[in-house]
Every structure is written in C-alpha cells, then in structure tokens.
Design a protein around this ligand. Structure first.
Ligand SMILES: [Zn+2]
Ligand SMILES: [Zn+2]
Length: 340
C-alpha cells in the first residue's frame, strides 16, 4: 500500500543488464505503477523470462519486441517463471505459453489460488463480504468493496502452471543456476529468484525500492501474512545481492538498507494502530480509518480501499500473534489492547 497515485511513470527502454540478462518493461493498464519488468535470460536453447504482465495486446507486443531486441522470436520462449499470481505478473503467462509452448512455473501456494480467484470466484466473494462485515465496513460499501477486484478478471488468462517451484528449487533454465526463494507475505506463494553468477536478486513485488508492497489479510492469505512478510525480508537479506531487480519502479543496490526500511515502516504502523486502539477505536475498519495513507481515507476508493483495510487487518493479526491485542468475536468483531 502507500502507493502514490501520481501519473504513471514513462516506460523505460528495454535494456541489457548483464551478459545474457535483459530487462523488458511491460506497460500496465489501470495502475499508477505504469509497468512491470519482465526479466529475460538468454540460453542456448531459447529465452526464459521471469514474470509476464497483464493479458493485453499491448503487453504481449511489449514482450514480443523485447524478445526481438535480444535476438529472439516469441516461439523461442522456453519458460515463464511467474513470481506470484497477481494479474500484473501472471495475467499474460497463458498467452505466452500458447504462442511458444514455454512452460509456466509458480509456487504451489499461489497455484492453489487460481481456481477460486480467477475461474470460479463465487465462494471467494461470499467469504470476502463476510470479512468486510466482520471488519465493520459500512453496510453501503460492502457490496462494491467485495467486488472491487472483479474488473481485472478479463485481463487474466487463468491457466494452471506446468511446473511447481518450492523454496530452494532450481528451475530448468539452460546454462543458468537460478534458485527460487519462497517469500510469502505480499502473496502466499510469492517467489524471488537468486542468480548467483551476477549476484542479482529478482525480487518481484517482495522488495521494491520506493513503495511498500501491500501485505493483505483476506480469505486467500495465510494466518499471519505480515509475520510471513517480515520473515521473508530477513530471508532475502541473507543473499549478498550486488543489485536488486524488482518487478516495478527501478533497479537498486543496498538490499539490506531497504529491508531495514521496510521493517521499520511496519513497526511504525504497529505504533499507529496501538495509538488508534488507545484512542477508543474498536473495529478493524475504524483502525484502518485512523492509519496514515498516501491520501485521505475518504478519497481512497474501490480496490485501494479494500487493500488498505486488508493491510490494517494484516497488522492487527501480527499484533495478535505478538500478544499485544485480542480480537473479540462479533459482527463486527472488536479489538482490545492487552496491557501488561
Ligand atoms: Zn503483486
Ligand atoms: Zn506487481
């Protein structure tokens, strides 16, 4: 969350980053992020990419022309390693596979979400509206917030992966020794990839240079996504990255510094939430309303508002695990501070 809603940044050029490694910016519709980076690895038997983009003609064209600059045709694509199941990373993967015969890989925790999220979302919508009610969302907003992600469905080709990558697995990318690092938090099956020759970390949405990734608690998240996220930050911090290649914004150095900033950001959020509860707020919605966002709470709408609420819930769950707060059942449920 905390995404700035400024105009989308201009599309950077396709660049060769290292021998055999390319960055291909792929434009995103409907988002201030502007683009997702598809990273290409050259191999003797073709090309392999990390992430794909939304399922739009423009995105397909951007991948195709990026491949061409690196000397490949779409039919040379051998593998698509998707970092996580969000539409801007996974949406186009099926179409790339169809055009090339490439395999698609995902972590099993995200592969397991495809059916309920993209193919038959009825049950997920029911659970989402129950979550809204429990959180204390105003009755007149529940329906629209529940359905807030539905407009993206046409931009996702809901295919199942050919390969499941677990933590530490090495995808078959000819001539490379990429390693999948499971980094749950932003999504339950998020993967980063470590490339040991150039010592670069492909960080997906897990670590971005400027914005803080949204860490949502919702029916398709784990029990404590924020706790998972912080543990996943410590996990990638073990790698001696010379440079981080994120899925959005821009490349950066100083992974450790960024990890520390992100951890500090969430500690600050905890302080904010405890202060909100001390001031007498009791529901999850009330807590979200009191937290500082990049815009005023009233001007946040639709999917962004749901993401903000889900982020507040993720912090409350993490505080519950720490023994700082307790949730009292009800509709809405209420939160109590456990003072010692
Ligand atoms: Zn994402
Ligand atoms: Zn993303």
């Amino acid at each position: 969350m905390d995404q700035h809603q400024k105009g989308a940044p201009p599309l950077p050029p396709v660049e060769k980053l290292r021998p055999g490694v390319w960055s291909i910016p792929v434009p995103l519709p409907m988002t201030s992020l502007g683009h997702v980076f598809v990273y290409l690895f050259e191999a003797d038997d073709g090309a392999y990419v990390v992430d794909a983009g939304w399922n739009t003609d423009e995105a397909f064209g951007a991948v195709e022309s990026g491949l061409a600059l690196a000397g490949y045709e779409i039919t040379d694509l051998r593998g698509v390693m998707v970092t996580h199941v969000h539409p801007d990373h996974y949406g186009l993967a099926g179409r790339l596979r169809e055009a090339s015969g490439a395999w698609i890989s995902l972590h099993p925790a995200d592969a397991g979400l495809i059916q309920n999220r993209y193919i038959d979302p009825a049950e997920l919508l029911t659970r989402m509206s129950a979550m809204m009610r429990r959180a204390g969302a105003p009755e007149d907003l529940i329906e629209s917030l529940t359905r807030a992600a539905m407009p993206v469905l046409p931009l996702v080709d809901p295919v199942l992966p050919d390969i499941l990558l677990e933590d530490g697995d090495r995808p078959e990318v000819t001539g490379w020794d990429l390693k999948a690092i499971w980094t749950p938090g932003h999504s339950p099956g998020h993967l980063c990839f470590w490339e040991p020759v150039n010592e670069v970390l492909l960080s997906g949405d897990h670590v971005l240079p400027r914005i803080t990734p949204n860490i949502p608690f919702h029916p398709q998240a784990g029990d404590n996504p924020l706790g998972d996220f912080v543990a996943s930050l410590d996990k990638v911090d073990q790698y001696p990255a010379r440079e981080v290649l994120p899925a959005h914004e821009h490349r950066f150095v100083d992974l450790h510094g960024r990890v520390e900033q992100l951890k500090a950001h969430h500690e600050h959020r905890f302080v904010e939430i405890v202060a909100a509860l001390r001031s007498g707020v009791t529901t999850s919605w009330g807590v979200a309303e009191r937290m500082a966002w990049s815009r005023s709470w009233d001007s946040i709408a639709g999917f962004m508002k749901r993401a903000a609420l889900a982020e507040a819930l993720a912090h409350l769950r993490a505080l519950e695990r720490r023994g700082v707060v307790r949730e009292v059942d009800g509709e809405p449920s209420t939160w109590e501070l456990l003072e010692d």
